[in-house]
Structure formats: structure tokens, C-alpha cells
Ligand binder design. Structure first.
Ligand SMILES: [Zn+2]
Ligand SMILES: [Zn+2]
Length: 647
């Protein structure tokens, strides 16, 4: 008999060789119907795999991430089979599950495919799925595996196999199709009830620009047709909210081929919006005890060798800048941290002066392949709302809580209420992987967990996900369409204080190492504005939006009065403009709606004679005729309901 421990820590005994499906059945028939994959002792297994030893078993359904992964991974096999049948002679490479669906990178050889071919591929794949073919794993020797793909003249798969160890290689068969695969499938293809090919894109083999270009076929699949229909509706909405489209329509930012790819240019309205975001955070940071610093955009190569960033960003990023003087090399800064460490090093500190909290809206530059660039979310130059806290190990607990407070303040003020946190800790079984004493790690990990708990965060702990230099907490935000974005990170660091030999004098008069916390609530200004655009669809919170109101005179006769209204709004710091174009009010309203301006103030004969304005909200709600003073009160009230003071 073997002992199987379930996630609720209950232990059940089974015959040796029992399968995850047997375990599911022993719990309930309903569960057995819904189980689509399993994890045994941390490794993906099939629902029909024989369990030979004691261990921890997690059963997955469509409703959890691992279950979806198995579902989409299995679907990629089915789509690959459909592609092979429709386009004989193509070469398959890799086909993983991704966050939403899966892709397969294919060398199509003579064939080309485009959107018009998608329905035929979907039809074929569904036909295969309906056959309810079981996925069967089998071990193969390296020689067998190589000769299987050599026969097909598939140099990609043989390259993959060359790098695998003999004895660890498995194939997966279903129907007439075979693929090199590590496992993790749903029981059979019949679970797949809906398949959609989403798009195709170019992708280099192994992501290397010097290697052959392949076609990446993206798809998604579902256990119910209804779920696919809902997903497609969501995609439509996402297209409308694409930040690249909205950024253009709202005049926020642009890109220029002449300036260079991945280098955003902020237009006046976008720059002003960014400025408001910065001022908002600066104000809260000041209250939280941060001090602003400013550092240059480049630094000596040595600086980044010391920090270790050269090893990460040196060769694979922008190349060094050389000066006329020989042997002098500078790098565009990939991170602000090394500069801030040197600011800390500029003078000695006693424990009584800590923590020091240095903040900077620091622009950093990192090379990204042109194929990876995407609007404001993947760029080559971006500004982090960066700060580094230098504190004693005993202050970590309190500092962490305060950083969480600040992050929550940012999220709340910007209308995000759906977020979770991920706490990344050491892998306790690999202590050698990490720098810093065990004692300090335990202290830091406890500090993070306590802080997350005390602040009531909805968090999950992931062991083994910490960086080698310290544990961290990441905020994950769900936008209005339910898509997950990773936002600001709070990262503990024992490494840089070591590398930069940072010290403070303790109460014992001895020299000690401070701990460093890196944090950025927005992440970067670019990414955050992109997220805000897609979350709000351009309807930013009133305190942030470029224009809060537009005055629409009914005819030329009322221009003077419109200007007068505009003047008094400006005196109350309301951002407004007047539309003096020779257009009908109807047309002016439609354009203001397009531009997402929250309030339209219509002024005509009656309004002018009564010194009033007729207010219409974005979206159509009629607020009637009110005085300018009443309108100002309305705006101020609405702003203060979302934008509270930090302390
Ligand atoms: Zn597979
Ligand atoms: Zn940093």
C-alpha cells in the first residue's frame, strides 16, 4: 500500500500502482469527471500514471491554472496533428501552453498560412478532438527518438533531443500523432469542445535572430463552446481598449522610427498625465519619509560590474559607450540601484539615522529584440518609480508594512480593487543557492509574510521563486477585463549591500550591513499608463484625466460667456477647454464623447442669461442646469472620494 497526501493534508491509502484518477474516484464521482491532470510530488503526471510511492498529490480541474495548462498543452498536440495533416511535410518545433491558450512554432517550408486558413485548421482539430483519443506517454531511448525525427528530416526536434539525457526522453502518442513531450495531459482529446486559432506571427527558432524564422500559430481551446464565445467577446473588448490605439486617439504618446523602436515619445497631454502621476506619488512618498535623489543616465562599466548587472545586461543589452579617451567605457543604466548604493556610500551612517529611503523617477535602458517590443509595455527605455530603502535587519518588518501601505494607497487611488500578492521565498531544500545568512533570510521571510497577513492581502506563497539575493512580494492586478498584470515588486536584497560594502554603525559601535529594499509601486510609468488605459478604456479617474470638462457653446454668440466659464473653472484648477468650432452642439458632444471627457458643459441663450451651465456626463447622463460654483463642488467632491491623502 502507498500513502497519498491530499492538499487538505488528509492521507489516504491505496494499492501501489493506483492512478490519480483512482484517487479522484475514491473522493467522488463528480471529481473524477472533472479531473483533467495531476501533480505528484511536484511533478506533472498523467491522470492514468501509476503512483508507485508515498507522496503528495494535487488533482487539477479546468478551474485551476495547472488544469488549464494541461488542457492547452494537450490542445497544442491536437492542433499540431491537424497542421501536419493539412500541410504535409511541415516541421514541428515546440508548442507550449501559455497564459491564455497555447502556440506551436512551425517551419511551414513551402506552405504559407494566413487568417483565411484558420477555419479549416479549427475544423480539422475539432474532428480529431471528437475522436476521444487518449494521450499515452512512452519512454524512448535517445537513439530511437533521434532516428524518429531524422526520418522526418526534422532538424529542430533532433536538436532538442541532442540536448536531452538518454533515459529521460518521452514521447506522447494520441490517435496517429506522436510528439516529443515531457507529459502533463488531459485524459483524452474528447474534453476539448471548442478550438480557435487566434493568429500567426513570426518567431525565430530558439528566439535567436540568426536562426531560421518559424511561424508561431497561436490558439486557444475550451471545454465548452460557450466559454469560447465569451472569450472572443472579451478579446473584442480588449482590442477596443488596446493602449496603443487609445494612446493615439487620446494624444498621449507616439513612436518615431527615426527616434528608434521601443522609445516612446510622450506628447503634451501624456506628459502632463505622467507628471500628475509623479506628483501624486511624490507627495505620498514625502509623507512616508522618502527623499528624492537624481542620478545620471549612464554610469561607468565598473559600476555595473560591481553590482553584477553587467553580467545580466552587459553583453545582451546596449553596448558600452566609448569616450575619446582610451579604455573609458560607460553603459546606459539598466537599473537605478547601483547609483543609489553609491549615494548611500557618500557618507557614514549610524543605526539611529536609518532607514534611509532614496526615491527617483529614474529612466533606465534595456535592449529588447524588435520582435518583443509592444507599445508601452515592452520598450527599450522606461522610467521606474524607483526607491531603495536602506535599513537595519530589525527595521525590515516595519519598512515592509509601510511599503505595502504605500502600494495599496496607489492601487486604491487609481481604481484597482482586484489584486493579489505573490510572496516568493527560498527553496528550503537548496540553501546553497542563496546569498546571506539563514538567520537573515528567516527574518526577511517572516517580515514579508507578517506584513502581507497584517495588511489583509490576498496572497499566495511560492517556495523556490525568490531571487538568489532575497525574498520578495509582487502585486498582481486584474484589470477590468479580468486579465492579470504584474505590477510593483517589493524586493529584499542582501546582495548589493555586500557588493557595495555598505555599512552603518550599530549600537554596539561595530560596523554592520544594512538590508536593502527595492520597490516601485507603479513598476514603470510606461507600463502603468498602458495598464491604466486598458483597465479604464481611457476613462481615467477624474483627478488624473487630461481634460476634466469641455465647454460647448451652442453658437458663436455664446463664445464670450464660454470663455468666462472657462476662466472661472481654471481659477478652481479644473482642467477644461472650450470647443469654439463652427459645428453643431450634437457634433461637439459626439467628439467630446470620443475624447472621453468626463463633463460637457453646454452654454446657450438660457444658460447665459441665468449665469448657469447645462452639464452632461460622459456616457449621456444629464445633470441639468447648475451654477459654475455647484459644478466646481461636484468635481471636487468626486475627486476627494477617490484621491484621499496618504497620511
Ligand atoms: Zn504533451
Ligand atoms: Zn533596485
Amino acid at each position: 500500500m502507498i500513502k497519498i497526501t491530499l492538499p487538505d493534508n488528509s492521507v489516504k491509502e491505496f494499492e501501489q500502482g493506483a492512478t490519480p484518477m483512482d484517487v479522484a474516484r475514491s473522493i467522488s464521482e463528480g471529481l473524477a469527471r472533472n479531473v483533467i491532470s495531476a501533480t505528484f510530488n511536484g511533478t506533472k503526471v498523467e491522470t492514468v500514471s501509476a503512483l508507485e510511492e508515498d507522496g503528495k498529490l494535487v488533482l487539477h480541474t479546468w478551474n485551476d491554472d495547472e488544469g488549464k495548462k494541461a488542457f492547452w498543452h494537450s490542445s497544442s498536440h491536437v492542433v499540431a496533428q491537424a497542421l501536419e495533416e493539412l500541410y504535409p511535410g511541415i516541421k514541428l518545433t515546440i508548442g507550449p501552453a501559455i497564459e491564455n491558450g497555447f502556440y506551436y512554432d512551425v517551419d511551414f517550408g513551402e506552405h504559407t498560412i494566413s487568417e483565411k486558413d484558420f477555419p479549416a485548421i479549427e475544423k480539422k482539430a475539432l474532428e480529431i478532438a471528437r475522436g476521444k483519443h487518449e494521450f499515452k506517454m512512452r519512454a524512448v531511448s535517445k537513439q530511437e527518438a533521434l532516428s524518429y525525427y531524422e526520418d522526418q528530416q526534422n532538424e529542430y526536434k533532433t536538436e532538442l533531443i541532442e540536448n536531452l539525457e538518454d533515459g529521460s526522453i518521452t514521447f506522447c502518442d494520441h490517435d496517429t500523432f506522436t510528439d516529443l513531450c515531457r507529459g502533463g495531459h488531459i485524459p483524452n482529446t474528447g474534453f476539448i469542445k471548442a478550438i480557435k486559432i487566434l493568429n500567426v506571427a513570426g518567431a525565430y527558432w530558439r528566439g535567436d535572430e540568426n536562426k531560421p524564422q518559424l511561424t508561431r500559430v497561436y490558439g486557444i481551446s475550451f471545454p465548452k463552446q460557450k466559454e469560447l464565445t465569451e472569450y472572443l467577446a472579451l478579446l473584442e473588448e480588449a482590442k477596443k481598449r488596446d493602449h496603443r490605439k487609445l494612446g493615439k486617439e487620446l494624444d498621449l504618446f507616439t513612436f518615431s522610427q527615426k527616434v528608434g523602436q521601443g522609445l516612446p515619445l510622450w506628447l503634451p497631454k501624456g506628459a502632463a498625465l505622467r507628471e500628475r502621476l509623479e506628483q501624486f506619488l511624490k507627495k505620498a512618498q514625502k509623507q512616508a519619509g522618502y527623499e528624492m535623489v537624481v542620478t545620471p543616465h549612464i554610469g561607468q562599466k565598473e559600476l555595473y560590474v560591481t553590482s553584477g548587472h553587467y553580467a545580466k545586461y552587459g553583453e545582451d543589452s546596449f553596448q558600452p559607450i566609448h569616450t575619446p579617451k582610451e579604455d573609458e567605457e560607460f553603459l546606459l543604466k539598466p537599473m537605478n540601484c547601483p547609483h543609489h548604493c553609491e549615494i548611500y556610500n557618500a557618507r557614514p551612517f549610524s543605526y539611529r539615522e536609518l532607514p534611509k529611503r532614496y526615491a527617483e523617477f529614474g529612466t533606465v535602458y534595456r535592449y529588447e529584440q524588435s520582435g518583443e517590443l509592444h507599445g508601452l509595455t515592452r520598450v527599450r527605455g522606461f522610467t521606474q518609480d524607483d526607491a531603495h530603502i536602506f535599513c537595519t535587519p530589525d527595521q525590515l518588518d516595519q519598512e515592509f508594512k509601510e511599503v505595502i501601505d504605500l502600494s495599496l494607497y496607489v492601487l486604491n487611488s487609481l481604481g484597482f480593487d482586484n489584486f493579489t500578492a505573490q510572496v516568493s521565498l527560498r527553496d528550503p531544500e537548496q540553501p546553497d543557492k542563496y546569498i546571506g545568512t539563514i538567520e537573515n533570510w528567516e527574518k526577511a521571510e517572516r517580515a514579508i509574510i507578517n506584513a502581507a497577513k497584517e495588511k489583509g492581502l490576498n496572497y499566495k506563497i511560492v517556495e523556490g521563486e525568490a531571487a538568489f539575493y532575497g525574498p520578495k512580494l509582487d502585486f498582481m492586478v486584474k484589470d477590468a477585463l479580468g486579465r492579470q498584470w504584474q505590477l510593483g515588486t517589493i524586493q529584499v536584497d542582501y546582495n548589493l549591500p555586500e557588493r557595495f560594502d555598505l555599512t552603518y554603525k550599530g549600537s554596539d559601535n561595530e560596523s554592520h550591513r544594512p538590508v536593502m529594499i527595492h520597490r516601485a509601486p507603479f513598476g514603470s510609468m510606461e507600463r502603468f499608463v498602458a495598464l491604466l488605459l486598458e483597465h479604464t478604456g481611457g476613462n481615467f479617474p477624474l483627478w488624473l484625466i487630461p481634460e476634466q470638462a469641455i465647454i460647448l457653446p451652442v453658437s458663436e454668440k455664446h463664445e464670450k460667456y464660454a470663455e468666462k466659464v472657462l476662466n472661472s473653472l481654471e481659477n478652481h484648477e479644473i482642467r477644461a477647454l472650450a470647443d469654439h468650432r463652427n459645428e453643431t452642439v450634437g457634433k461637439k458632444i459626439r467628439d467630446a464623447e470620443m475624447n472621453k471627457i468626463p463633463f460637457m458643459l453646454i452654454v446657450g441663450e438660457q444658460e447665459e442669461s441665468e449665469s448657469m451651465i447645462s452639464v452632461r456626463r460622459h456616457g449621456g447622463e444629464d445633470l441639468g442646469k447648475i451654477s459654475v460654483k455647484q459644478f466646481v463642488d461636484l468635481v471636487e467632491k468626486e475627486i476627494s472620494s477617490t484621491l484621499k491623502s496618504f497620511k
